[in-house]
Design a protein around this ligand. Structure first.
Ligand code: ZN
Ligand code: ZN
Length: 441
């Protein structure tokens, strides 16, 4: 309660100081600078922070896999109904898109992913997953809670927004192409920019990390069936051995990155699967290998894909075997952060947290399906830290993964601030965008 006493006067002062999007249209730099701090104070107030913790724990207890987030989606719709926020549903099976503001440009979107993972939670706590073999181990429960928290704060100021915040709750981030289907179903209609946030177990609480340009790699998966002719292990001359052929394929695949790629252009080819043979004395008919490949440009990615196919077929053939190669769809493209939005993010994060809390991250070979948005419109993806002094931090997808719930206020405040400031800086009073009425509102 001591905290509350300190914040309430500050929030009141800020609300008087900054009538967001008031008809006089253009705020001074000093007024704009107060928006992020004002949202952080609001996000830390018991009303908003306890709300987000409650939502996050409910979602955490009942994780659902990609395109099966029916209960999570229902919970989101119930909360939006409660707040009086209009939305479209369903998009991409379980997806929900909400709208706050005038229903007119500028439209700026905030994205949260909803899916959990196919794994067992090993953290013993009161709100442990109640679904065997399912866990929220990537923080998507926190992402939904943060977006609902941001929605609550933005809806409280909807009359002052001179534009529209689009809330994108998407299914199936974990490899099933939820973002791609959301776009196909019109989630980005009229939207001129989108922001996505991910909690980061390895970055300190109160810090953010991102960069301009490519931030995460394009990701593809391949599988090859290499077929020879089975036979007695002691009489190899009557067989055509697919195990030796597959071994040769795997060694040659290592040369794609080490010998064919530009050393300054990061790429990965990893064979992570090798299945073939069941007995010590039998040469099998066939072997299946599979793995992943990553690159930071479309050209390098397509070059890798083509060479993986050629190496499989060519090396198998050199060993008198046949290879058939398949590639999984959809593939995640490169996640590319728009350079203008990077500056926008730096301005907002600096005003909220201070320049010392902004980490310039290195690009990662991991992938994100947020990349589908970045192929279509200016997009920005960033991390918000949640590691505290004492906390043990486990990486994403670990069965011991935990969310430090203090992160929720930071994530919600950042998302709300990024959208609000974007609208303040782009509404037609600031002559940025053409007006297109929106049917949904
Ligand atoms: Zn994940
Ligand atoms: Zn994730």
């Amino acid at each position: 309660m001591g905290h509350l006493r300190r914040w309430v006067p500050l929030i009141l002062i800020l609300c008087i100081l900054i009538p967001l999007g008031s008809p006089r249209s253009i705020l001074t730099a000093e007024e704009l600078a107060l928006v992020p701090a004002s949202f952080l104070d609001l996000a830390r107030s018991p009303e908003v922070s306890e709300y987000m913790v409650r939502i996050r724990r409910r979602i955490h207890e009942y994780p659902e896999l990609g395109f099966e987030e029916f209960e999570t989606s229902k919970l989101i719709r119930t909360e939006l109904d409660e707040m009086g926020i209009h939305y479209r549903y369903p998009l991409a099976v379980t997806g929900v898109v909400g709208y706050i503001g005038t229903g007119k440009p500028p439209f700026v979107a905030l994205r949260a992913d909803m899916d959990g993972l196919d794994m067992e939670e090993r953290v013993e706590w009161e709100h442990k997953s109640k679904v065997p073999g399912r866990m929220h181990a990537c923080g998507h429960d926190a992402h939904v809670a943060m977006l609902l928290g941001a929605a609550k704060m933005l809806q409280g100021r909807q009359d002052e927004l001179q534009g529209t915040v689009v809330l994108v709750f998407q299914p199936a981030e974990e490899g099933a192409g939820g973002a791609k289907m959301m776009i196909e179903h019109g989630a980005l209609e009229n939207v001129s920019a989108i922001f996505g946030v991910h909690v980061a177990a390895m970055d300190p609480i109160g810090a953010v990390a991102s960069r301009a340009g490519p931030i995460m790699a394009a990701c593809g998966f391949f599988e090859a069936v290499i077929t020879g002719k089975g036979g007695h292990a002691a009489i190899p001359q009557y067989a055509v051995d697919p195990i030796v052929a597959a071994s040769s394929v795997i060694v040659s695949l290592q040369h794609l990155v080490s010998r064919e790629a530009d050393p300054l252009d990061s790429q990965v080819v990893t064979v992570a699967k090798f299945e073939g043979g069941e007995a010590f004395n039998v040469i099998p008919d066939s072997v299946t290998i599979g793995g992943t490949f990553r690159a930071f440009s479309k050209e390098s990615f397509h070059q890798l894909r083509q060479r993986i196919e050629e190496v499989n077929i060519g090396q198998a053939s050199a060993h008198r075997c046949n290879a058939s190669v398949s590639f999984a769809e959809p593939i995640d493209p490169v996640t590319e952060n728009d350079r203008y939005l990077h500056q926008h993010f730096l301005n907002v994060a600096e005003d909220m947290l201070g320049v010392s809390k902004i980490i310039e991250m290195r690009p990662m070979m991991g992938s994100e399906d947020f990349s589908f948005y970045s192929e279509v419109i200016p997009s920005y993806f960033y991390y918000v830290g949640m590691k505290d002094e004492v906390g043990v931090s486990e990486p994403e997808h670990s069965p011991h993964y935990r969310v430090n719930e203090d992160v929720l206020s930071y994530g919600a405040a950042l998302q709300a601030s990024l959208a609000t400031r974007y609208i303040l800086e782009h509404h037609h009073g600031n002559n940025a965008v053409e007006e297109v009425p929106h049917d949904e509102l």
